[in-house]
Design a protein around this ligand. Structure first.
Ligand code: C2O
Ligand code: CU
Ligand code: CU
Length: 475
């Protein structure tokens, strides 16, 4: 059972910087029926208070903070959350990366009704697999996520791993004005929708700037990184530390050292890193985001003074790699997904709301992208399949832009890229497609329901890059 001690407050940004033993459990009281309340409401966060003119930022957050509380349980346990909507807009919560029962997936119009202002909705589901996940609104996400409606969801392995610290970090890219407030005037700007999405000008970790992460020499550390930005693909570099990649999108992978170009995380992707803290006591090491025009120090390691060095002979801990389900490529259900549109694209028009529209009509409806010539209509699925089948989707990115393609309820593997077969790719729930790239993904359809498949650059999703996959029980 998920008890309230397993919910850790992370709203101040501060807690994550301290060693596990000093994180204070958030006092969240489950109602007598065992539900934990997440109240979607307005609040403030110290996003940029390190800047002279910046006041705490007015945000929308779960329980008024950003990120929302870390939800934590063990693999196989149940999560019971009551979403209470105290916003002026309808909302919902999606549990990104969880193999969830379909009616708990949180997609208004596909798996549930929107939760209206003043209403609530009970989410009650099992979290089957250990790993790093997150939760976020799935309503008007280009605005609601940009305002802060997300949090981390950590599913722990059933046996305790020997990490000295386990640190979860939600990294976000905000567009702030000089007063530190969210730039609201640019919400819905068609320029963002047609280009890479809403790119920001300020990076935070766990809702604060340049987060200090306290380490002691010799510690074995697990860092869980999640990209919660609307659109920016993060490139993260660690000064003077050898980091080992141990999981992607929640699923353990065979360990691999991170190379010089750093960790690349598209929107919604996660990476778990494992390392031994090899810094000098009393020193500081910067962690930088390098996709900005200048490197942006958005967090740093600080080593305790005078701590004893115990690093000798220590190696980073690995995780047990996930068993990858066998794919039946020979008999797979195959479909193509042609991605078109966007600025400098060649799209002339697309189907929207059941009729063919010109580019001009599409833009009036805030649509500028299409999958297989359809802009964002969910009337029909991309593919119908039955439980037990392997599904292959051949994605053709015929646009000049990258896209972070995300499938709900399943993890998939890339089996072909630009015509070359790929074997033993990691299981992922979000894959970054480069401009003009082709990639085929495959997965075993084992979870019945209606599963959204969309670009996680939120302005692209809103602008038409969304479809779904229908999986039915075989008779
Ligand atoms: Cu993380 Cu449909 O989303
Ligand atoms: Cu998802
Ligand atoms: Cu996209």
């Amino acid at each position: 059972m998920l008890d309230r001690r397993s919910f850790l407050l992370n709203g101040t940004g501060f807690a994550a910087a301290m060693s596990l033993s000093s994180i204070v459990p958030q006092t969240l009281f489950a109602a007598s029926d065992g539900f934990i309340e997440l109240i979607a409401r307005e609040g403030t966060a110290p996003l940029a208070t390190s800047q002279a003119d910046a006041k705490p930022t007015r945000i929308w957050g779960y329980n008024g903070g950003v990120p929302g509380p870390i939800l934590r349980c063990k693999a196989g346990e149940r999560i019971k959350v009551r979403l209470v909507n105290k916003l002026k807009q309808p909302t919902s919560i999606h549990w990104h990366g969880i193999r969830i029962q379909n009616d708990m997936d949180g997609v208004p119009g596909l798996t549930q009704e929107e939760v209206k202002p003043g209403e609530s909705f009970d989410y009650n589901f099992e979290a089957p697999d250990a790993g790093t996940y997150w939760y976020h609104t799935h309503s008007r996400s280009w605005e609601q996520m940009a305002r802060g409606l997300y949090g981390l969801l950590i599913v722990d392995e059933s046996e305790r791993l020997a990490f000295d610290q386990d640190i979860a970090l939600a990294i976000d890219d905000w567009r702030l004005g000089p007063d530190g407030q969210i730039d609201e005037d640019s919400f819905g700007a068609m320029h963002d929708w047609g280009h890479e999405g809403r790119l920001g000008n300020w990076i935070t970790t766990n809702g604060t700037s340049n987060l200090p992460i306290k380490l002691r020499s010799g510690q074995r550390v697990r860092l869980r990184l999640a990209n919660t930005a609307n659109a920016r693909t993060l490139k993260i570099n660690f000064d003077n530390h050898d980091m080992m990649l141990v999981a992607l999108d929640g699923r353990p992978v065979p360990p691999e050292m991170i190379k010089e170009d750093g960790v690349i995380l598209a929107p919604a992707q996660r990476a778990d890193l494992s390392f031994v803290a090899t810094g000098q006591p009393g020193s500081k090491y910067s962690i930088q985001e390098t996709s900005y025009s200048r490197p942006f120090e958005f967090m740093h390691f600080v080593y305790e003074e005078g701590a004893r060095q115990t690093k000798d002979g220590r190696t980073p801990l690995a995780l047990t790699p996930t068993n990858i389900p066998k794919l039946d490529l020979a008999n797979a259900r195959r479909t193509n997904l042609l991605m078109t549109g966007g600025a400098m694209g060649m799209m002339n028009g697309a189907m929207h709301m059941g009729r063919m529209m010109s580019m001009r009509d599409l833009i009036e409806n805030k649509k500028m992208w299409a999958f297989n010539g359809v802009a964002g209509d969910l009337a029909k699925p991309l593919v119908n399949a039955t439980v037990g089948q392997t599904i292959v989707i051949n994605m053709i990115n015929d646009t000049g832009w990258p896209h972070a393609m995300h499938l709900h309820g399943h993890h998939f593997q890339v089996v072909e890229r630009d015509g070359r077969p790929i074997s033993s790719a990691p299981l992922r729930d979000t894959e970054l497609m480069r401009p003009r790239e082709r990639a085929s993904i495959a997965f075993h359809a084992d979870n019945p329901g209606k599963w959204l498949f969309h670009c996680h650059m939120l302005e692209h999703m809103a602008g038409g890059m969304a479809t779904w996959i229908n999986i039915e029980n075989s008779v």
